[in-house]
Design a protein around this ligand. Structure first.
Ligand SMILES: O=C(O)CCC(=O)C(=O)O
Ligand SMILES: [Mn+2]
Length: 200
């Protein structure tokens, strides 16, 4: 039976893929507007006491004013734009979950990547729901179970939405690996609900 959603995880959490979340007639205009409206940053991450530039650009937008701290870095909080708020509301309609912030990532080509991690910082809450919207070039998203090592691969296409929830950040790590294949730029939006003492 035709379904517009697909469960990618076999157990220990959920990663629900909606391949055609955004109209592909609109995605290139949305891509360009986010490209132009984002004050792109390339923060340095601290790993094992050393500083490394992040492999890609990113910017933290939030309606809460909360700083985002991960891998030893604190991100400047920018106010969410009307376009980001519209996409966030569409994610809420599709997933039934509330969000108040978004980390916007830019992968300029196949050498930009994000290495294995879980989004399990305290600020995300204990079982966060994270809505990940992809624009532009298709990149492969890998999930790996922390104990069994089982791997799941998902092609994140232009206009797709992946909603990770439940135990997914406890039990799985994920990455966007570098690729030698020639790929164009990709923007990824990961909407989150950061936990604050006063929720907006
Ligand atoms: O680009 C992606 O699809 C994933 C980005 C990601 O994992 C993150 O921002 O935490
Ligand atoms: Mn992540």
């Amino acid at each position: 039976m035709f379904s517009d959603q697909q469960e990618m995880l076999p157990f220990d959490g959920s990663a629900l893929l909606f391949p055609k979340f955004l109209e592909t007639t609109q995605t290139s205009q949305i891509f360009q507007q986010i490209m132009d409206e984002t004050p792109w940053e390339m923060p340095e991450m601290v790993m094992f006491g050393k500083k490394y530039p992040q492999a890609g650009l990113s910017t933290w937008f939030t309606n809460t004013g909360v700083n985002y701290v991960y891998s030893g870095i604190t991100r400047t909080p920018y106010v969410m734009t009307p376009l980001l708020n519209d996409i966030m509301n569409a994610c809420t309609l599709k997933s039934g979950a509330q969000y108040n912030s978004v980390l916007v990532n830019l992968y300029r080509d196949g050498s930009d990547s994000v290495s294995w991690h879980s989004d399990n910082e305290a600020v995300n809450g204990s079982e966060p729901t994270i809505a990940s919207v992809s624009l532009g070039a298709t990149r492969r998203f890998d999930l790996r179970h922390k104990e069994s090592g089982e791997t799941v691969r998902v092609d994140l296409e232009d206009g797709s939405l992946l909603v990770m929830s439940g135990l997914s950040q406890h039990c799985w790590v994920h990455q966007i690996a570098k690729t030698k294949t020639k790929v164009g730029p990709r923007i990824n939006l990961t909407f989150r609900r950061v936990v604050t003492s006063q929720q907006p």
